[in-house]
Design a binder for this molecule. Structure first.
Ligand code: ADP
Ligand code: MG
Length: 276
């Protein structure tokens, strides 16, 4: 395995991290086994509290699903984490020390938080391979054009990502011609080229076939551990397949948290969300 692909495959979060080992990765301090801490976050829009005293802790390497009715504040939560929206109150920490409320969107992305929106933002005219190549170069100080020669380590890394997102055989296909599911995977691959420690995904399997949904579940399970994932999703079969712990948001606040079967049996969750 090349050095570059090793970077993609090997956990940035060793198994010992969650057990209290001391791990510092590029300024990100995961020594307490926690990758994200939201503490009493409130966001108001014209007096309406989209987030209301929201507290949430994500473990390093965890795959967490966040569910809840429309308007619960799921997207606003992601907006706060990525610096798009400033909270009126509360704290948001990446690892132990990185204060997200003081950083710009660009700084937060640079620090290692990647976000996938519902609509893929791929370069339709370029091949799948080129999309990953462009994503790898986006934030680099030395900007090279697509024509510049790739190092073999870079090539290995792109090939490894194509394998992971199951687009190996579609590497040279124009991205605009890929299926809906393949486009979603390509965008996830583009995020991975930036080597994020935390990935935020908003309704990643919406519109996917059953087969694509299952492949996406396998992908996310493969990513967990080396990355932390926060997945907002309404597809309960998918949520149950991938997440050990599920957070239910309601009116900008955590209503329930635990294994899916446990929160699904919670009368408050049934009343505001699942019973409809
Ligand atoms: P969810 O993603 O869970 O459906 P959102 O976070 O999108 O919920 O929205 C939470 C609440 O905040 C909703 O009532 C929504 O109308 C409101 N909201 C979100 N963004 C804004 C905004 N920029 N201005 C005003 N209200 C907003
Ligand atoms: Mg939303």
């Amino acid at each position: 395995m090349s050095e570059a692909s090793a970077g993609l495959l090997e956990p940035d979060v060793p198994a010992g991290a969650a057990a209290g080992g001391h791990v510092v990765t590029g300024g990100l301090d995961l020594s307490h086994g926690t990758v994200l801490t939201l503490d009493s976050i409130t966001v108001s829009f014209d007096g309406f509290k989209a987030l209301n005293d929201l507290s949430l802790v994500i473990d390093a390497g965890e795959l967490r699903c966040v569910i809840g009715p429309n308007g619960a504040g799921k997207t606003t939560m992601m907006d706060v984490i990525t610096g798009r929206t400033r909270p009126d109150q509360g704290n948001a920490f990446f690892g132990q020390t990185i204060d997200l409320t003081r950083m710009s969107e660009a700084e937060i992305a640079q620090a290692g938080i990647g976000r996938k929106f519902q609509k893929p933002t791929i370069f339709e005219q370029h091949s799948a391979f080129e999309n990953l190549e462009l994503a790898m170069k986006t934030d680099k100080r030395v900007r090279r054009t697509l024509r510049a020669k790739l190092s073999s380590a870079d090539r290995d890394r792109i090939a490894e990502t194509l394998r992971l997102i199951r687009l190996e055989s579609a590497a040279d296909r124009t991205a605009g011609l890929l299926s809906h599911g393949q486009k979603q995977w390509l965008e996830i691959g583009m995020l991975l080229m930036q080597d994020p420690k935390l990935l935020l995904l908003d309704e990643p399997v919406a519109g996917m076939s059953d087969d694509e949904t299952e492949r996406t579940a396998e992908l996310f399970l493969a990513l967990a551990g080396k990355h932390s994932l926060v997945v907002v999703e309404h597809d309960m079969a998918f949520v149950g397949r991938i997440a050990k712990r599920v957070t239910v948001l309601h009116e900008g606040h955590v209503l329930a948290e635990g294994p899916l079967d446990q929160v699904q049996a919670d009368p408050r969750v049934i009343e505001v969300y699942l019973g409809r």
